[in-house]
Design a protein around this ligand. Structure first.
Ligand SMILES: [Zn+2]
Length: 196
């Protein structure tokens, strides 16, 4: 998981299979997976840009993403959610999508967690290989039937927490989510992605 998600000098609680845990070392959820070149590509195409907006060190300050979005026209609205177009706020949404896919893909591997069971490997099914090809820049087009939503949370609890990618599939699609300091990323892969 990207190192910027575990900031130094901040007490960090996160949710794992064992329940809520406090991260005590910045190497708790780490395993060799990518070569240097791929690490650089992941960083260049998504991580470095996205983590500027959500890195943990800003958790106690006003949310820069909310400040960018709230002046914009609301596209859709219900009781709990307002939708905006991130591009209108000047956000590089293709990089948010790449970042979320890169975390989803990394989560198909099992990660060791200090003091408890390894993380469960998530399943991208038939989409795993097209996602890998896209991330590796072997293909340029965004993978088919794939959607990434970034949900900017307004509550304090979400702003101060993160949880590891978790999966709750529907029969029609794979549905993965992870929370990173007030931004919930949702990745759906499948032909029928019904909003919920
Ligand atoms: Zn590589």
């Amino acid at each position: 998981m990207p190192a910027a998600l575990y900031p130094k000098n901040i007490k960090l609680d996160y949710l794992s299979r064992g329940g809520v845990r406090t991260l005590v070392a910045d190497n708790e959820i780490k395993a060799p997976l990518l070569c240097f070149e791929c690490e650089q590509r992941f960083s260049r195409n998504g991580e470095s840009e996205v983590l500027r907006h959500i890195a943990g060190k800003i958790a106690n300050k006003p949310s820069p993403l909310l400040a960018k979005l709230t002046p914009l026209t609301v596209k859709e609205e219900d009781a709990t959610l307002k939708s905006y177009c991130g591009t209108e706020a000047g956000l590089k949404m293709d990089m948010f999508a790449y970042f979320a896919l890169s975390i989803a893909w990394r989560s198909t591997h099992s990660w060791p967690v200090l003091g408890e069971e390894d993380t469960e490997s998530l399943n991208l099914g038939l989409y795993k290989e097209p996602v890998r090809q896209f991330l590796a820049e072997e293909i340029i087009e965004f993978p088919r039937d794939t959607a990434v939503t970034a949900i900017v949370c307004t509550d304090k609890v979400s702003r101060e927490a993160w949880f590891l990618p978790a999966q709750s599939d529907d029969i029609w699609y794979h549905d993965l989510r992870f929370l990173a300091f007030g931004v919930m990323f949702r990745v759906t892969l499948g032909k029928r992605c019904l909003p919920s």
